[in-house]
Design a protein around this ligand. Structure first.
Ligand code: AMP
Ligand code: ZN
Ligand code: ZN
Length: 409
């Protein structure tokens, strides 16, 4: 009799311990990914000033030499490439501002109506891949998350407002991670618009840009601490990256487009310093190309002759000619607009100044691991792998980044 009671007790104990183990295990199988993009954070900024908090991330996780942006190395094309794993040619956001010939509408970062219009966006952003597979997602200002995709949004998203203090954004992300399990997002993408702003204004080498980097690094410290205080902290993977770098420019080194091409030859002029995509009237096509291709300090391609390595020019949204200034040169539309010294980006992505930072830590990442430069289109398959999501067919490849993650149990 006594033996029977003992066996029953063992059975009950092992049933409960088994259940709780399973619960823990199933939570482990669905980790979290929290990805921050700090706009225009050049790959080598941490070598210019002291960044103890990023250095710490490097120690406990992964640092890649750089994250290489897609061409053109501008904010909107690249954030949407990070989200979709696609080249701008394939996701449709080919510039920060452009005329979409296929749908007859203008897109511009400063025109909210266009930003929320789903007709501009192709591909499937990772938050939609997650939502469709039952994983909740959240976006704090990530490009593209304000437009619905197949009628869906991330479970949590906000209208872009650059005035929201960065500290408030940290608290917003932490609040999401403190929600009850059923409501808690497992994928969070969030955004800070510096050091891009100061980098444009004063250039990448200015001491005030350095001060901004030190401040942003301190925010990384605050964020890491708040993450470490969460009960689920050991399940959270943190990625800290950026969309592109920043190149020094001097106002004396400026090429003006309308000094080369007469304004009334042009049908569409998309883009901004230092990269434009231009349609001219048919009768001026040859003349325009002859001028553009023989002008110093810029590189011009016919749409169909853009080098393959740039993966740009197949989209109907790319115009007849793509013109990009050489490193450190400005390319502006009109000489009436004042040129300025400071910084810009948008150059050929072979230019190392265009490369961005990449750091990551958490249970899925190797510790103290140095990785070669990655392409930002590889982030989509990387995050899908960590979150156990079935990825869409994309341009990015998991094999390029698989070495940075721990083998699954
Ligand atoms: P860029 O012209 O390429 O330097 O773009 C950087 C600017 O893009 C930032 O200063 C922000 O003001 C703006 N920006 C970034 N993300 C968003 C967004 N989701 N919605 C609207 N504007 C944004
Ligand atoms: Zn940017
Ligand atoms: Zn910028």
């Amino acid at each position: 009799m006594k033996l029977k009671v003992f066996v029953l007790l063992i059975a009950i104990v092992s049933f409960f311990s088994c259940k709780s183990y399973k619960d823990v295990d199933s939570e482990f199988e669905q980790p979290y990914v929290v990805m921050l993009s700090m706009d225009g954070f050049r790959w080598d900024y941490p070598e210019k000033v002291k960044t103890p908090n990023l250095d710490y991330v490097e120690e406990i996780g992964v640092r890649a030499e750089a994250s290489i942006p897609c061409f053109p190395s501008k904010t909107f094309p690249n954030h949407y490439s990070m989200a979709t794993g696609l080249y701008p040619d394939n996701h449709g956001i080919v510039q920060n501002s452009f005329y979409a010939t296929d749908i007859g509408k203008h897109y511009s970062v400063s025109n909210r109506e266009s930003i929320i219009d789903p007709d501009f966006y192709f591909g499937e952003p990772i938050w939609i891949t997650a939502e469709k597979q039952g994983v909740k997602s959240a976006s704090y200002f990530w490009v593209g998350s304000e437009a619905p995709h197949d009628g869906l949004f991330p479970s949590y998203h906000l209208d872009y407002n650059g005035a929201v203090p960065f500290e408030k954004r940290i608290d917003g992300v932490i609040e999401w991670l403190n929600l009850p399990e059923k409501e808690r997002p497992h994928l969070i993408m969030w955004y800070i618009q510096e050091p891009d702003g100061i980098g444009h204004e004063l250039g990448p080498d200015h001491f005030k840009t350095g001060e901004m980097i030190v401040y942003l690094d301190s925010l990384v410290g605050v964020f890491n601490k708040k993450i470490s205080e969460l009960s689920i902290s050991d399940q959270i993977n943190v990625i800290i990256t950026s969309d592109h770098g920043m190149g020094q420019i001097k106002k004396e080194k400026t090429v003006f487009l309308y000094d080369l091409l007469q304004k009334d030859w042009c049908v569409n002029v998309d883009g901004g310093n230092p990269v434009f995509s231009i349609d001219v009237k048919e009768e001026f096509y040859d003349t325009a190309y002859a001028i553009l291709s023989t002008t110093n300090n810029i590189t011009s391609w016919k749409k169909e002759e853009i080098p393959e390595r740039l993966h740009f020019g197949k989209s109907p949204r790319v115009k007849d000619f793509v013109v990009v200034a050489d490193s450190s040169w400005n390319l502006r539309k009109s000489s009436k607009r004042k040129a300025y010294s400071g910084g810009t980006h948008g150059y050929d992505n072979r230019n190392k100044d265009m490369h961005a930072i990449f750091y990551a830590y958490g249970p899925s990442f190797k510790k103290n691991y140095q990785h070669h430069s990655i392409n930002n289109i590889d982030l989509y398959p990387l995050i899908c792998e960590i979150l156990n999501l079935k990825p869409q067919k994309v341009d990015g490849k998991l094999e390029n980044v698989i070495e940075m993650i721990e083998r699954k149990r």
